[in-house]
Design a protein around this ligand. Sequence first.
Ligand code: ADP
Ligand code: ZN
Length: 753
Amino acid sequence: MTAVPGTSATLPGTLLQVAVTLPLEETFTYRDPRSGARLPLGTEVIVPFGPRQVTGFVVGHPETVAGPVRDITDVVGDGPAIDESILELCRWAAGYYLAPLGEVLRSALPRGERAIASRRMRLTETGRRLLDLEADGRSHMAGLTLDAHDRALLARLRRAHTLSPTALARAAGASARMAHLLERGLVEIVDQVAGPSKSRRKAAPPASVPAVELPVLNSHQQAAFDTLAAALGKGYSGFLLHGITGSGKTEVYLRLIAEARAQGRGALVLVPEIALTPQLAARFRARFGDDVAVLHSALPPADRLAAWRRLRSGEVGIAVGARSAVFAPVHALAVVVVDEEHDGSFKQEDGVRYHGRDLAVMRALQAKAVVVLGSATPSLESYRNVLLGRFRRLLLPTRANPAAAARPLPPVEIIDLRRHRLGPDHLLAPGLAQAVADTLAAGEQTILFLNRRGFSTLMHCQACGEVLRCSDCDVSMTLHRGRAKLICHYCGRASAIPPRCPSCKQDELEGLGTGTERVESVVRELFPGARVARLDRDTTDGQRDQLEKLLSRVHRREIDILVGTQMVTKGHDFGGVTLVGVLQPDQGMHLPDFRAAERTFQLLEQVAGRAGRGDRPGRIVVQTYCPEHPAIQFLRNHDYEGFVRDELARRESASYPPFSRMIALRLDGRHEASVRAAATEAAARARAQGGTGVQVLGPAEAPISRLRGRSRYQIWLAGTDRSKLLAAARAAAQVTLPRDLRLAIDVDPQSVL
Ligand code: ADP
Ligand code: ZN
């Protein structure tokens, strides 16, 4: 073999820097023993790692290496799995989130693409013929010979039809042997997930996209569009599209994307939970036909992979999906949209804990694209970025629908539950019950919003006070009457409802606390004859068709009262809804979370925005024990600006984000004492490293102190100097952990639980 040009002359083959998909920060050098062109960046490879075979990605081409290197076992696929631009984004994310590059790269791939189990090795035609010939005693064919070991391997592969690359590599013993079989064309890698491209539809030429009648943009939409379109193709620029609910933000995105497509460039659209908003996906489809890949989580892996490939090939120019779509391989990216940018679901809460919105901005920056963050209630982070001049704000202050545009948003009526007690059902204050009755009488629709599933949120014994808790988590079980089960909302454990108190054995168990299931049942009793439906994760249970059926029944006005959790707040455009009732926002308001007020305001403003979108004016009624809370006070007049000014001042005086940065260290393990000990040690290291520039809070037991049988502790680091924070987090993470303990670093944490 001869040295490949550009590599060390002392070693044949090419040197590769490989990020393995293991929780290790460093990358490793391997050798590609095959002569020929060097493997491009982003190529997925299988490499020996200790006694195992693991997947990894080529992330560099070092010139030299000190010490011996091992050979890669195999190359997966016939091109890079990850485009260079995505690799760039992943590098940034790895540094920013203190995550191993290999793991970031893995989370950047769709499931079908990343599972090496989905890659199978099989005999090629040549391999099969060679085996047959050898069996006939005609051992030599075209200069190919097999030794006994090769023969055994090929025979095994023939019996099994296919084997995973790792299984074959293990059977082959020496990794070079498998590579050698591949090189001689005796075995090949097939992709089982994608399979024969039965689902591959040809991209329709733009002309065949159904001609939809485009609404004439109102003056605010037009001004926003003009500014955005003028920025297209001129390098990076960032915008906050701040438009009230129903102001026609989506229409602005659609126009901007059409403009980019007309220039032959691509677009990426992130939405909070695509499965919850089939209407939004339908609007993109109606406008762009087959030029859109909708990447929702319910997509079978094969379809997702196929969509990924159509994007990468440029056959499809627009990707729409939830947070992981930020890695979609869109060609010639010119527009990045993050719809409902304030939504908490953009934050990934396990594995690589990235924020989809923040990565989207970074991706736009790297791609020199225009990024548009849209919301009726922008996050404080984004709002502050406007104040700092990092984003330009575009305002849409009126509703888009001409019938609704002339009216201001309906004012919010607050019912103080301390003065107006709940009715005998403990659910509706008389004022809200009357509003529902009036709406029914007018033949219009009502949404009742309560952000808790289940029937009762707690079961206790009236005789001895015992509360039924999850045996694996430190939380009370929720009663789900329809399913006749107690369910833990944190780990999902379900158990039978005990006939009597497990502690005192008396028949005195009682449910406390209301969930949507109970609301539905009470509302049916209060308003006999009304057509009532419930929308939460229990009624749709992840089934898209169930959800779509329910939503279209609401659209067709076959439902009078829709009861639901935050699923009812998500962007739905129901023309017939004129009343929105908010039952008990109090619990959310008082969470031990510095973002509790912001979250409550956003959620209530979103659900309020469902009222009066059609021809008839709407009404919003909120019943609460704490009307003086800022989230309620500013909601009264939909005063987002007022709320934000007030809240920013509060955050600034307490040095909370966005005026500081935070990193949470989350530790968990089976034994409380050892988790506490490790957390104490980690906090001490963070303090020693951080000095005065880093405030170290904790360690403290997490609010959910036990989850799935594991005790949980947290340490919070806060400060304004990012590099000092990172250094402190790194130092803390160096703590030696007993086998069973886990430590996760959460940069820009969103959850306090
Ligand atoms: P947002 O995304 O701000 O919530 P949408 O884009 O969903 O608002 O618009 C709300 C409704 O108004 C949709 O039914 C949409 O089709 C309609 N719409 C948007 N722009 C216009 C317009 N310029 N004229 C008439 N209707 C419009
Ligand atoms: Zn549990």
